[in-house]
Write a protein that binds this ligand. Structure first.
Ligand code: NAP
Length: 307
């Protein structure tokens, strides 16, 4: 029987582990499919307080994990495949093992969203990617395309100019969701070419087993064309990882957990932290803050229950 199980090992989960570890609750962190969360696939983080020169995302998240382990947090490989929150203590299944816990902190984050093109999934790892930091290196001197109009797309496009001979940034509108500073930086980068009011209709060529080109359509003129590319990077947002809790935890229509105030979900003893609930801020620092809140709520809950 565990006092605290934390699902997810990104900024939110690790911070919850640091706090519950220091409260002597010996938290168990289930790392999930994407250990380290979004930070582990980010390059430079310039806006996390305390790092005037910036810090690499993977370094930041690994340091958080070490800090939590120092206070007794345990990390378990694997993902939660099933959850039963209808009885107390709660039960979750990680691979083949059922684990019982008095409190649960859901910090399972959100995963990359795909465009949904006919051949997109067939070419993942063969030119289609959702992670510039992971795959950019493979496109040295090649033609790269990035899809999206948010901060992720700007960040990925900028990062990919280190490798690609050219980077085309394709966005379906001509106004951007990205923050001004990120947009300005991308605009100032001579290697990035903006293609706006344009949607992707498909990525080619499944026959050859690699990405060779992309079919594009201008939504204003309806003009369609094929553009040669080697790397196709999708940066169009994320989907919250709440599928295993469907029907048990209250979520909004997109699957984001609906907060009942603080870090509380609709189930007493089950708390949320980070991107799994937050569709608005989604920053490393807000996720860390949310992890802290969830940990404090879990401590108080256990205290009230007499543990
Ligand atoms: P986002 O802000 O939700 O932007 C997603 C973009 O993808 C939008 O431009 C959207 O277009 C487009 N899009 C969505 N579905 C699409 C589809 N099916 N086909 C084509 N385009 C599609 O997501 P994000 O850029 O991942 O950013 C998420 C959060 O993380 C934000 O709060 C952001 O500030 C933060 N972030 C910060 C940094 C940083 O500061 N270093 C870096 C990355 C992310 P529309 O605009 O037309 O809807």
């Amino acid at each position: 029987m565990r006092n605290v199980v934390i699902i997810g090992s990104g900024c939110a989960g690790n911070t919850a582990a640091i706090y519950t570890g220091r409260a002597n609750l010996k938290p168990l962190v289930v790392q999930g499919h994407e250990a380290g969360g979004q930070l582990s696939i980010t390059s430079e983080v310039e806006n996390f307080p305390g790092f005037p020169e910036g810090v690499l995302g993977p370094v930041l998240v690994e340091n958080m994990k070490k800090q939590a382990e120092r206070f007794g947090a345990e990390y378990l490989h694997g993902a939660v495949l099933e959850a039963d929150l209808s009885q107390y203590p709660f039960r979750i299944r990680v691979e083949d093992e059922w684990i019982e816990t008095r409190t649960l902190i859901i910090a399972s984050g959100a995963s990359a969203r795909w465009v949904g093109l006919p051949n997109e999934q067939k070419l993942i790892g063969r030119g289609v990617s959702s992670c510039a930091t992971c795959d950019g290196f493979f496109y040295r001197g090649k033609k790269i395309m990035v899809i999206g109009g948010g901060d992720s797309a700007m960040e990925e496009a900028n990062f990919l100019t280190r490798f690609g001979s050219e980077v085309a940034l394709v966005h379906r509108r001509d106004t951007f969701r990205a923050s001004k500073i990120m947009l300005d930086r991308a605009r100032a980068n001579p290697k990035i070419k903006f293609i706006t009011n344009t949607v992707v209709e498909d990525v080619l060529d499944v026959g050859k087993g690699v990405v060779t080109a992309v079919k594009l359509r201008n939504v204003v003129t309806n003009h369609t064309w094929e553009q040669e590319v080697d790397g196709f990077f999708v940066a169009i947002g994320h989907i919250p990882n709440t599928a295993v809790f469907r029907g048990q935890i209250l979520t909004d229509a997109d699957g984001y957990i609906l907060s009942q105030g603080g870090a509380r979900t609709n189930i007493p003893g089950v708390f949320h932290a980070g991107d799994v609930q937050d569709r608005n801020y989604r920053q490393a620092i807000t996720a860390a803050g949310a992890g802290c809140m969830a940990a404090i709520e879990a401590e108080r809950f256990l205290e009230a229950e007499g543990h």
